[in-house]
Design a protein around this ligand. Structure first.
Ligand code: ZN
Ligand code: FE
Length: 268
């Protein structure tokens, strides 16, 4: 079953939370969220200032917060300029986040207008990486931890650490909308098909992704359910995947590590 991959891209309205998603740099996503009841607006990461500034003006929203997922330049480059012109507060993980006002960690909660945001630590891509989950709106902002049909490179952490982070995301409700840091879905689909060439859901999804990209559209957000059905990095407990990799009796973390290493070397 293919769910909401074909949904109108970049536009979503859940509860009182409006979400606008747009491309920054070359393949980063800028995301603005706006709580209609309170008028509070936040940017999820700030890959660069100008497109975010433009979208804020377009929607007549004033920036109150930047929620940073991790320290990489392509997620924080707009922090200081946007803070200086808007006076917004920057919330992010402990570590080197430009302009950060408040550090948050596992289990912390804070209010975004009328909505509660929960912090989930998801280290692996970087050691400081966090995910922001808004349960009442059914959305999570996962940065570079999980991608549609893929996951982030394990740069600072270890394979078991990254797998543990993905397991946390697997425990979110199936219908959670997942907003990711990058539009990498088409390349991820090519790799996923090398791991699971016979997965009918994956074959169908890859076809839809190709169509959307050919039409110049984005393929995010995704959902936890769709990733459970088609993302090889989340399907490490499936017997057919394990068998194909010759890892029938390995741990989930070991199977994850093998798939991640293959992806690192994949030139598709
Ligand atoms: Zn990153
Ligand atoms: Fe990134």
């Amino acid at each position: 079953m293919i769910g909401r991959v074909s949904r109108n891209p970049g536009e979503a309205s859940d509860m009182a939370l409006m979400i606008h998603q747009f491309i920054c740099r070359s393949d980063n996503f800028g995301v603005l969220v706006h709580d209609e009841d309170s008028g509070v607006t936040a940017a999820i990461d700030a890959p660069e200032a100008e497109p975010i500034r433009r979208k804020l003006a377009e929607y007549h929203w004033k920036l109150d917060y930047i929620l940073t997922t991790h320290h990489h330049e392509d997620h924080v480059a707009g922090n200081l300029a946007l803070k200086e012109e808007s006076g917004c507060r920057i919330i992010g993980p402990a570590g080197e986040i430009p302009g950060r006002d408040e550090a948050v960690r596992e289990g912390d909660t804070f209010d975004l207008g009328t909505l509660e945001v929960r912090v989930i630590e998801t280290p692996g891509h970087t050691l400081d990486h966090i995910t922001y989950w808004v349960p009442a709106a059914g959305v999570a902002f996962v940065g570079d931890t999980l991608f549609a049909l893929g996951c982030g490179r394990v740069i600072e952490g270890t394979m078991p650490m990254m797998w543990h982070s993905l397991e946390k995301l697997l425990r979110l409700p199936d219908d959670t909308d997942i907003y990711c840091g990058h539009e990498y879905t088409q390349a991820n689909a090519r790799f996923a098909l090398t791991i699971e060439p016979d997965n009918a859901d994956l074959i169908e999804r890859a076809r839809i992704v190709d169509e959307r990209r050919a039409a110049g559209e984005v393929t995010l957000p995704t959902t936890i359910l769709m990733e459970k059905q088609t993302n090889p990095f989340l399907r490490v407990d499936h017997a057919d995947i394990r068998h194909r990799l010759g890892l029938d009796h390995a741990s989930n973390a070991e199977v994850f590590g093998e798939i991640r290493r293959r992806k690192d070397g994949f030139r598709g």
